[in-house]
Design a protein around this ligand. Structure first.
Ligand SMILES: Nc1ncnc2c1ncn2[C@@H]1O[C@H](COP(=O)(O)OP(=O)(O)OP(=O)(O)O)[C@@H](O)[C@H]1O
Length: 272
């Protein structure tokens, strides 16, 4: 049994080996570099030979077969409904030898994860609110179109010239839709809430966690101090503290959804 599993892993590694620079996919997209390899897909930076433009090309992972192909076409289906300057446009979909491909605009920038953990960026309360407020514009659009993003986290937000862009719609679903078993498997930890039919509040709660991550970028622990709660460690302006508690479900939330939250953030930014 163990031998069979190791053998399957080896075959998987071979099947999923990334395409090399210069290889042409779908008779049109020339690989420049591999951007990342997730559980179900490989993402490349490519140049579109027809337009000369840089694009992001996502390929379903061959070792994950039909499931990966299905998840990628779900993601493309969602993107097809979205038209917002802070969300990469869907440009093309095709399949070659049982692999699905999805092509979107490429956003040349850095994810907030890279900015914080690789560049050592630190964000003030005001800057955190500014970025979160920007992020609420594409999030509100996703909700208006009848979906939730379902995975708002710092690696899925790219900053280019001070403007944020929301990527990775692999866990997006229609409002009211329960989490598909295959999506559940894609998630490492499924909080209980995620078992519920999709509601906008799930994205707002993620924005609460997103804000906490951003605020912690500037946190310097005192020497020898024991770890404490964020409420104790971060020493936030009271109105921001309250906003976070509302987002994280520790107080009544924002019934008016992303729009109400955006107005509240704007008001708060003016005070800081
Ligand atoms: N449109 C884009 N523009 C620029 N970079 C992108 C774009 N889409 C994806 N990337 C980058 O490609 C990498 C993988 O992308 P993505 O998160 O969509 O793939 P994934 O397979 O869902 O990954 P994971 O399982 O880690 O979430 C990430 O580093 C991301 O920053």
């Amino acid at each position: 049994m163990e031998l069979e599993r190791s053998w399957q892993r080896l075959i998987g590694l071979f099947a999923d080996r990334p395409g090399r620079q210069g290889i042409i996919i779908g008779d049109r997209y020339v690989i420049r570099e591999l951007l990342g390899m997730g559980s179900y897909g490989l993402t490349y930076l490519c140049v579109d030979q027809q337009t000369g433009r840089e694009v992001a090309l996502k390929e379903s992972k061959p070792s994950k077969g039909r499931l990966a192909a299905r998840l990628l076409s779900r993601e493309a289906d969602v993107l097809q409904h979205l038209h917002h300057p802070a969300i990469p446009k869907l440009l093309d979909t095709f399949n070659v030898r049982r692999r699905n491909y999805m092509v979107t605009e490429y956003v040349r920038g850095q994810t907030l994860e890279q900015l914080i953990f690789e560049e050592g960026q630190q964000y003030t309360e005001r800057e955190c609110l500014e970025l979160a407020c920007q992020l609420l514009s594409p999030v509100a659009h996703v909700h208006q179109q009848g979906f939730i993003h379902g995975d708002i986290r710092i690696p899925n937000v790219i900053v280019r010239e001070g403007r944020v862009h929301l990527i990775d719609f692999g866990l997006a679903r229609r409002l009211g839709e329960p989490l598909l078993p295959e999506l559940k498997r894609r998630m490492k930890d499924v909080p209980e809430l995620e078992d519920e039919p999709a509601i906008p509040d799930q994205d707002l709660q993620d924005i609460g966690h997103f804000l906490l991550f951003m605020l912690y970028s500037a946190y310097e622990p005192q020497k020898g101090s024991a770890p404490a709660s964020w409420q104790e460690e971060l020493q936030l302006t009271p109105a921001l503290h309250e906003m976070l508690e509302r987002l994280l479900g520790l107080r009544p939330g924002y019934e008016g959804g992303a729009g109400e939250l955006q107005r509240e953030m704007d008001r708060l930014r003016a005070l800081l």
